[in-house]
Design a protein around this ligand. Sequence first.
Ligand code: ADP
Ligand code: ZN
Length: 434
Amino acid sequence: MAYWNEHWETMPREELEAYQSEKLVWQVKRCYENVECFRNRMDELGLTPEEIHGIEDLPKLPFSYKKDLRDYYPYGLFAAPMKDIVRIHASSGTTGKRIVAGYTKNDLEVWADGAARVLTSVGLGEGDIIQVSYGYGLFTGGLGLHGGAEKIGATVIPMSSGNTALQIQTMIDLKATALCCTPSYAMYLGEEVQRLGVQDQLSLKAGIFGAEPWSEEMRRQIEAALGIRAYDIYGLTEIIGPGVSGECEYQAGMHVWEDHFIPEIIDPDTLEPLPVGSEGELVFTTITKEGMPMIRYRTRDICRLDPVPCKCGRTHYRMMKPHGRTDDMLIIRGVNVFPSQIEEVLLGFTMGGITPNYQIIVDRVNHTDTFDINVEMSEEFFADDMKSIEKLEGEITAKLRSVLGIGAKVHLVSPKSIARSEGKAKRVIDKRKI
Ligand code: ADP
Ligand code: ZN
């Protein structure tokens, strides 16, 4: 059992919570003194930092939102002077305008430490050769995993994303033992590895994939295509980047590094905190971050925390795979639909003739929502007759209807006709919003 930082990762909960309380008091005070947005919200509630004594007082504190990052763009939420900010990142802008985050030297340490814990917990260390195929630059993926990989003393290949043929050649030539990228890109790389028939030339044993939701079925497919074990890693720019949480060797939820990030689950409608174990919206408070601390930041990610002690010995709660964000949720003819539910159904049919490449298209025609799903067929199935194609379309449609409670038009399209993604996949085209 390897830990990166055994002291913190296995700290008894009582001790961990006492530490969280102490840091929370410190953080609230400095945010009140240095961040106008936070001070105004506290003042509106008639709340002073002195009234916050520990984590039991968390629910008293005001929430913060993505909108705050836009309203105070670019530097208005920083709690440290600019001279102490040594790095800037920005979100990839999946939903709306780009937002900016600032890091002090210590924040970069905390971040690298979080990523290092994840890499270590899946069995990587010195002697491993880690190919980082997340995009480098303002996006946190590339440099985030890079920092963690260097910290554990592995050999880092800073590939960045793109140029799939070169990615595979590099993996083979440089004998990469681990790959870090988005799960959709891992899937694409897996597809290409299979097509080229080079799986036995790879030295890969593990993949660390995150930055977007992916299902258990997708995990199985990536594992089979690349001959690896695939692990989930989670993070967001507002909180620090990838490595806020990550799976251990048991692949059963992602340990949240609670000595830095306090998670809460709230009911997104009533805003009340829910008992641990319930599903709801994930909220984070960063208790050690200096550059751009966040108090009760509403992630919009829907998930559940599991307090059951993990076999790995880590005491930090695990978050289950987020289904997606409340912002990703589609409302089609009044029914709530998460793209991840559709993916789960489609992946169940991949043995039957389709590939996991799909696109959801929603539009409004004559005041009624239309709901179409294009799914690529596999090369073998494509050669089949029209009758079996129609039959499969019918089966997928029926399954989707029973899972979603709403009808979609499923179209099986020719192989490779849907654009592949080298970063986060674009699965939904909602024409109602264009
Ligand atoms: P953007 O908001 O532009 O996508 P980020 O890269 O900061 O920028 O994205 C963070 C978001 O990505 C998270 O809030 C979450 O919705 C999603 N995400 C990150 N990692 C995972 C993961 N492992 N599983 C599911 N969703 C994830
Ligand atoms: Zn564990």
